[in-house]
Write a protein that binds this ligand. Structure first.
Ligand code: ATP
Ligand code: MG
Length: 381
């Protein structure tokens, strides 16, 4: 099977054959030297976007400020970007950090004019002219700390000082970009180290939505590291619960997808609900297995009394229904039984049926449920 590296090297060779410079660049080169898997591969080339498109029929230009063409090849998408400046070295010196400013040719030669390899070995995130770099794009401040979180590197002293001085400029950056870096930061295996640098650099004050307080960033220094498989929702909920912000408000202001926000809010809601209550079947049913598991896991991380995964799962398996669509009575059945037209009453009635079934007060059959409804109707009259 062809790997993304095979596809990328084919693209580079094709560009070279036509007389263009083309190199692997950035994260892919860095990650290979670190012997760590790379999330994507970038290629830099002297070819212009329209020239790249001519060479690769399955390419399309991306709508960004950079001159990037997405080349589809063997099931992978590879970003091919025209060099910034008029040479490879000029392109490399426009990049954010020395460790991200290395290129590699098709035949494996490393091009490293800024000594990125040395910084990799010494484990430092460094910029040449950090002030200038930050003024060009203040997001680089957060990117630096995101790499700390992923790589367990130190921030070079000059870079740290420059971030301290310019931290407030992060507010000028589009929240989409800021949030993306935060998501990666929270996933890092060395997130506590990153929180240390957020605190030392004062960058934590410019967290999107509601800024973090000094007290909150101090709490975060002790936030446990969670394994890579954990979901984004889980990470955000742990983050918020850890600093004691359990309301939906702060989440509402973040530019996350609606689905992700829904998942986060559900977990926060259950976390609040669960505070002074054990999990009963109705709670388990309402929030579902995934949410309950996550909430119990978070309670565990916080040193609170909690239920074991296996027990939660067993209890969920034993529920007579798992969701409303398992209910053997539908809205239409209700309208027929009640001789009433559709309205918000249906939702209420269905919920009361669900509750009866979950609490095993009525058997889960259409007949039992309709009989129960009839009796309830009489009592209400
Ligand atoms: P990963 O993909 O693992 O998150 P990466 O280093 O590949 O890390 P990307 O955001 O994919 O990061 O960017 C690819 C490369 O583009 C970087 O390695 C860097 O050389 C350059 N780059 C990205 N963003 C910036 C920026 N804001 N300023 C300067 N250079 C940047
Ligand atoms: Mg990348």
């Amino acid at each position: 099977e062809r790997t993304v590296i095979d596809e990328a090297s084919q693209i580079i060779q094709r560009l070279n054959e036509d007389g263009y410079r083309a190199y692997y660049v950035g994260g892919a080169v860095r990650d290979e030297l670190l012997d760590r898997p790379s999330s994507d591969i970038d290629i830099t080339t002297s070819a212009k976007p329209n020239e790249i498109c001519l060479l690769f029929p399955r390419a399309h230009q991306m709508n960004t400020e950079h001159q990037t063409v997405l080349v589809r090849s063997g099931g992978y998408s590879i970003e091919v970007t025209t060099e910034r400046g008029d040479s490879l070295v000029a392109d490399l010196s426009h990049r954010d950090f020395t460790i991200n400013a290395m290129a590699k040719s098709a035949d494996g030669k490393l091009i490293d004019p800024l000594n990125g390899q040395k910084d990799l070995q010494q484990k430092v995130i460094r910029s040449v002219h950090p002030d200038k770099r930050i003024l060009e794009d203040p997001l680089r401040m957060l990117r630096a700390i995101r790499f700390v979180s992923e790589l367990n590197f130190q921030l070079d002293k000059q870079l740290l000082n420059a971030i301290k001085q310019h931290a407030y400029l992060l507010e000028q950056v589009a929240q989409e970009r800021v949030i993306q870096e935060w998501e990666k930061l929270l996933k890092g295996a060395f997130v506590q180290q990153a929180f240390q640098f957020l605190k030392r650099s004062t960058l934590y004050r410019f967290f999107p939505g509601y800024p973090l307080s000094e007290n909150e960033i101090t709490k975060l220094l002790m936030m446990p590291v969670i394994d890579r498989e954990a979901s984004s929702a889980f990470r955000w909920v742990l983050f918020y619960v850890w600093i004691g912000r359990e309301t939906d408000e702060s989440v509402g202001r973040l530019l996350l997808s609606n689905e992700l926000k829904r998942q986060i809010k559900n977990r926060l809601r259950m976390f609040r609900h669960r505070k002074d209550k054990n999990i009963d079947d109705w709670m388990l049913y309402q929030y579902g297995l995934e949410t309950t598991r996550d909430v119990e896991h978070i309670r565990h991380l916080m040193g609170l009394e909690h239920e074991q995964h296996a027990d939660v799962e067993k209890r969920f398996d034993a529920l007579p229904i798992k969701s409303r669509k398992d209910l053997c009575v539908t809205g239409v059945d209700l309208m027929t039984a009640r001789q009433k037209s559709a309205g918000p009453w249906i939702k209420e009635e269905l919920e009361s049926l669900e509750k009866q079934v979950i609490n095993r007060e009525v058997g889960h059959s259409k007949q039992d449920l309709l009989m129960w409804l009839e009796r309830k109707g009489h009592n209400e009259e």
